[in-house]
Ligand binder design. Structure first.
Ligand code: ZN
Length: 530
């Protein structure tokens, strides 16, 4: 499991390793006691469903390479679990009813209901018929239900386990769906959909949850308090008005790290509270912003959010050791942006060094972009970029970033629609060599930066990892290639539930597919990542 280096304190984006472990709550805050949660009784089954949103294999591998080659870790939790003979490793196809490239809504609906639907729809068929979710089925039987994410809690991946809205962007309505459903644990970002001054209907959902018997927390310190831990009430915690900050930014801006809890911390509290239910529990844990970093072609933010998920796996492992009737399923809902570590230099021999070049970067593109305005000059852009990345870019490159911020900018080709992010990602993946002949290069690099290349700023259609282990894992057929809808069947089998939702075919779904206008699509993408 998580090894803490070999004595040397390698800097993780300017923060010492010891600080990181402190931030992550890796060990110290509360430990799981044997039998905890089941009141000393043998206890019911628990299912922990872990999602790296938009987490293709490339970013898992990139995280593993950085951890083992830069920080000196012996391994990562992902890889030790993938290699374990007790684990099952498979692949999963992800297409929706409207597209071979899914968005998170129908991907999560496929898991939660066993039925496919259209992009953007929560637990409903394309014609509006609601689908019963695994969480609803389990709640009826007395299981405790929890959702933990680094996105807004009202975002598609968690929402698809509870809400039947046809449009994932109706987050005001989704917050009310949670109030009706009453999950025992709901942790993440998105306070603006609970706040009376931000909601369109002016309703105070914080008060409504509180009146409904919830503990409501807004700061990390309150989440980690002994009062919150010992309370037997259900728990709502929202720690940012929108998505929670990237792990990269929480590490580098101490005020963010103080206010917003880390994913391992939220997971630990959720498991401690949910496992008190003698019947058992289901918990979805989502590292939801790996997807956003990839949309932005921000390799380093994506690697660090994947690292945070890897640290979360250590917390889960600690829990499973003392609660052996727990099944863990780890997957991703779709690919994103064609994440690839490009071969670099003559015979690709510079590839390892190039990947390591992301390490000094101290802010996500989200933070860098907040410092840039359309009037910012190329000279100022050079300084700002150097301040956060340490790389001194050329005048020409600064002008490219500036051009990409103008309202009339046309992306260089195809699908690099998130700007200036995609231009910044490309600049950071660029090295130059003294001798060039056609596409061949020779000699030591003149400029050495990173080497993560992206094919677009969009989701991609390749199969995703499916890793499972723990209680009954070997019996559920998860060791092979499956369709994403199969995960619903596997979860039902795990809990001994017999239930089948209605389904529609691609042909039957066609009349219900609506194409968004240019403005709508733009708004969808903005709402999605920001
Ligand atoms: Zn996405």
């Amino acid at each position: 499991m998580e090894k803490t280096g070999r004595g040397k304190e390698k800097s993780l984006s300017g923060v010492s390793r010891r600080d990181v472990l402190k931030i992550m709550g890796a060990g110290a805050i509360y430990t799981f006691l044997p039998g905890e949660g089941h009141g000393g009784s043998p206890g019911g089954e628990g299912l922990i469903f872990v999602v790296g949103d938009g987490m293709p294999l490339g970013v898992i591998k990139g995280m593993h390479q950085i951890r083992t080659r830069v920080y000196g870790d012996k391994g990562t939790n992902f890889y030790s679990k993938m290699k374990d003979v007790h684990s099952n490793l498979g692949y999963m196809s992800t297409e929706s009813l409207s597209s071979i490239v899914t968005d998170s809504a129908p991907a999560s609906v496929a898991w939660s209901t066993g039925s496919k639907t259209l992009n953007r729809a929560l637990a409903s068929l394309p014609d509006g018929r609601p689908l019963k979710t695994i969480m609803e089925l389990l709640k009826e039987q007395g299981y405790a239900c929890g959702l933990v994410t680094t996105t807004r809690v009202t975002h598609a991946t968690p929402a698809a386990w509870v809400s039947h809205q046809m449009q994932r962007d109706d987050e005001d309505a989704i917050a009310i769906d949670y109030l009706r459903f009453k999950p025992e644990i709901l942790l993440g970002g998105g306070s603006r959909f609970f706040d009376p001054s931000r909601r369109k209907d002016g309703n105070d959902l914080f008060k409504a949850f509180s009146d409904g018997g919830y503990d409501v927390v807004r700061e990390r310190v309150n989440l980690l308090s002994t009062e919150t831990l010992s309370s037997s009430k259900p728990l709502l915690g929202v720690f940012n008005s929108s998505h929670m900050s990237y792990y990269l930014d929480r590490l580098n801006q101490s005020e963010l790290g103080k206010r917003e809890p880390a994913l391992p911390e939220m997971t630990r509290i959720a498991l401690q509270k949910l496992s008190r239910n003698p019947k058992g529990f289901v918990l979805q844990v989502e590292a939801g912003r790996i997807d956003h970093a990839n949309h932005s072609n921000d390799a380093w933010a994506a690697i660090l959010d994947t690292h945070e998920l890897d640290l979360t796996l250590a917390v889960i492992d600690e829990f499973v050791k003392v609660n052996p009737k727990t099944l863990v399923i780890i997957t991703s809902d779709h690919g994103n942006s064609g994440w690839g570590i490009n071969g670099t230099g003559p015979e690709y021999n510079d590839s390892t060094e190039a990947l390591k070049k992301y390490q000094p970067i101290k802010a996500s593109f989200e933070v860098i972009k907040a410092r840039l305005k359309k009037e910012t000059t190329p000279a100022e852009i050079k300084d700002i970029f150097e301040h956060f990345t340490t790389f001194r870019i050329t005048d020409e490159e600064a002008s490219m970033i500036q051009a990409a911020m103008q309202p009339d900018y046309k992306p260089f080709h195809g699908d690099y629609v998130i700007q200036p992010d995609a231009v910044m990602g490309m600049i950071l993946a660029h090295s130059t060599y003294p001798k060039m002949k056609g596409v061949s290069i020779e000699g030591p690099s003149l400029v050495r930066r990173g080497n993560v290349g992206f094919t677009s700023t969009n989701h991609t259609g390749e199969d995703q990892i499916l890793l499972s282990y723990g209680y009954k894992a070997k019996q559920l057929g998860l060791h092979r290639h499956v369709d994403n809808t199969y995960l619903f069947s596997a979860m039902c089998e795990f809990f001994g539930i017999k239930y089948k939702n209605p389904t529609m075919t691609e042909e039957e779904a066609k009349p219900f597919i609506k194409t968004a206008s240019l403005e709508e699509w733009k708004r969808h993408m903005e709402l999605h990542v920001a």
